[in-house]
Design a binder for this molecule. Sequence first.
Ligand code: SF4
Length: 270
Amino acid sequence: MYPAIRGATELKRSLMKSRSEQIKDALRQQLLSDGLLGMCFVPIPAEALASLVSSRPAPAAAATSKPTASGDEQERLRVLDESQVRGCTKCGLSGTRTQTVFGQGHPNARLVFVGEAPGYEEDKQGFAFVGRAGQLLTKMIQAMGLSRDGVFICNVLKCRPPGNRDPSADEILACSPYLKEQLRIIRPEVLVALGAPAAKTLLSTAQSIGKLRGRFHDYEIGSPLEPDSTVPLMPTYHPAYLLRNPGEKKKTWEDLQKVMGKLGLSLPGN
Ligand code: SF4
């Protein structure tokens, strides 16, 4: 090849390479913004998201879990689940459930997500937030630089209301003590209530989620006489609602950023 032509070819290659690097950088930024930073929580190809997640450093243990002297909390959660929740017949949902859904995650989690009740997939599999809404919750958690294993995820109700109908006041009243006990065992530093029913139950209020979200409220985790008897609680939209109303994802991300600030977490990539 003539030197002039070879030079032009190399120049073209180098320009193409730099263009391809630019595209890659732009894509990476877009994915981080949309998928991990959660500006939109837009659907992202799983491989692309996985490669970005795996390329990020794992969050420090202290960022996701509190130091613990023993597995006491894990054991207490196990006993609560096996000796009380699994065989519970305190409300009519015991007759229609496939199984109870206790919730899962780190027994010393600094952050606990609380939803309303198990849905179809959760009732079938026995785990909280494993359907489509659960997949979006996973992205939200990853956007915070955390993993599902480092937080705790559960619902107010431990059994699925048939047809995913709204839980009745009696059912919430019957089941709430289990959630209260879970939270007293885990003692998180921050709570996120996903959706109006969870927020209204935890805060004993009738206000709408639109009014409640965006700021921290005090959740009474223990007796007012105890030190640290309240935990900051951030209400935000339920992932199932976000799937139907993607325009609200930005507000949810704003709420989650406030939670990250409260936990002293920095944005992924910073
Ligand atoms: S929803 Fe709660 S109170 Fe009702 S049967 Fe299930 S575990 Fe018991």
